[in-house]
Design a protein around this ligand. Sequence first.
Ligand code: HEC
Length: 104
Amino acid sequence: MDRFGVLIVCVTVLLAAAIPAATTGSQKDDTPSTNDTLEEGAGKDLVVKKCSVCHDLERIPARRRDRFGWEDLVDNMTSRGADITTEERQTIVDYLTAHYGIPD
Ligand code: HEC
């Protein structure tokens, strides 16, 4: 009888230890791929196309700017060789201000 009692205790302890380990093991965080760092929205495709030519896109969400700040930055990129027309500049600045602007 005593041995049987010890066995029951052992099995219970093992099960209690195994169950939480099994449930926590299945919870994995989905880390976003580095290729898709930008928020969805009108103008995103253009930004991805025009702004990933020389560097990755991760520096865009790194710092928030107001509309003037983004206009300035896009002009700066154009002076470095970015191929952006006046209409594209407008779309890009609108996108950047909407998603990475400075909230009021
Ligand atoms: C012709 C190449 C080129 C293109 C195209 C380009 N950039 Fe840049 N960008 C650069 C260079 C060069 C730097 C400076 C590199 C450094 O400082 O490490 C830079 C730096 C930056 C920085 C960091 C500067 C800071 O002051 O925080 C941001 C943000 C940035 N670019 C955004 C953009 C955006 C948005 C676009 C699209 C409109 C774009 N870039 C397109 C060349 C380019």
